[in-house]
Design a binder for this molecule. Structure first.
Ligand code: HEC
Length: 251
């Protein structure tokens, strides 16, 4: 019995580790790798706003074009700015040493970022920038305090004047009917071109894309998994019958 309890404890250790990992409250996100339109919008956003600094060098353009059903010529024309060939790895020309001087830390490769930090973390981080004059670049992040990255999406989101409501549930005031925390940023120092809801939806697409990049085979794996389970179920019947046959004469 003691052995069993010990075994169960060991089996659940990784889960305990995960639970301890999340320090700051985060906004939950349900990604969907079958939503090709969302992934395409995310890919466009990543290429336009992020790839200047962050590479995705463990993936190839061609794979992304195929998976996202983007025709190769369109992809080359609109989503490759470095002159790279479609079969190449998704690198950029950022010099890591110089970048470390500029930002305090070099922009890391983001291919596996959503696996490293979790999708909820990435989604919350992208919506977590706010104005903070004490920081060298004038912005800080609720999810990543003292972050070195500039708020590159300030033109879209605007600059949040106060700390955004990340990981706090929206609540309705019973008397006035006002909804609190319905948008991540309650008050802007400068307005952006998108509304709060539009920006959230754009960040959903971007996080969805980053999640796909970190696990491009997910849809296929889950599809195959069903067949494997069906096979195991059918195989069980034969294994059971064979077992019964073998033991029939043993008394
Ligand atoms: C001007 C350069 C620059 C651009 C453009 C940029 N970033 Fe960053 N980013 C950085 C730097 C520098 C860091 C490292 C910050 C640190 O460690 O303090 C960083 C860090 C990050 C991190 C956290 C990495 C980690 O786990 O430590 C994520 C996630 C991220 N960036 C996502 C993005 C996304 C998504 C975009 C596009 C919308 C983007 N970045 C655009 C410079 C940039």
């Amino acid at each position: 019995m003691r052995k069993l309890i010990f075994g169960l404890f060991i089996a659940f250790l990784p889960v305990l580790g995960l639970a301890a990992g999340a320090g700051v409250p985060l906004d939950h996100i349900e990604t969907d790798h079958t939503d090709k339109a969302s992934l395409q919008r995310g890919a466009a956003m990543f290429t336009n706003y992020c790839m200047g600094c962050h590479s995705m060098e463990y993936a190839r353009y061609k794979r992304v074009a195929d998976d996202l059903e983007i025709p190769v010529d369109l992809y080359e024309e609109n989503l490759i700015f470095t002159g790279a060939q479609i079969g190449e790895l998704m690198k950029n020309s950022m010099n890591k040493d110089m970048a470390a001087d500029w930002f305090g830390a070099p922009p890391p490769d983001l291919t596996l970022e959503s696996r490293l930090r979790g999708e909820a973390w990435v989604y919350s981080y992208l919506r977590g920038f706010y104005k903070d004059e004490t920081r060298p670049l004038g912005v800080n992040n609720v999810v990543f305090p003292a972050v070195g990255m500039p708020h590159v999406l300030v033109g879209l989101q605007g600059l949040c004047a106060v700390e955004p409501n990340i990981g706090k549930k929206a609540s309705v005031e019973p008397l006035s009917g006002n909804v609190n925390n319905s948008s991540a940023c309650p008050e802007y120092a400068t307005e952006g071109s998108m509304s709060g809801a539009e920006f959230d939806s754009a960040m959903y697409d971007l996080t969805n894309f980053m999640s796909y990049m970190a696990d491009p085979i997910k849809v296929e794996r889950e599809r195959l998994g069903i067949f494997v389970l069906i096979f195991v179920a059918i195989f069980f019947v034969f294994a059971y019958l064979l077992n019964r046959e073998y033991w029939k004469d043993v008394h």
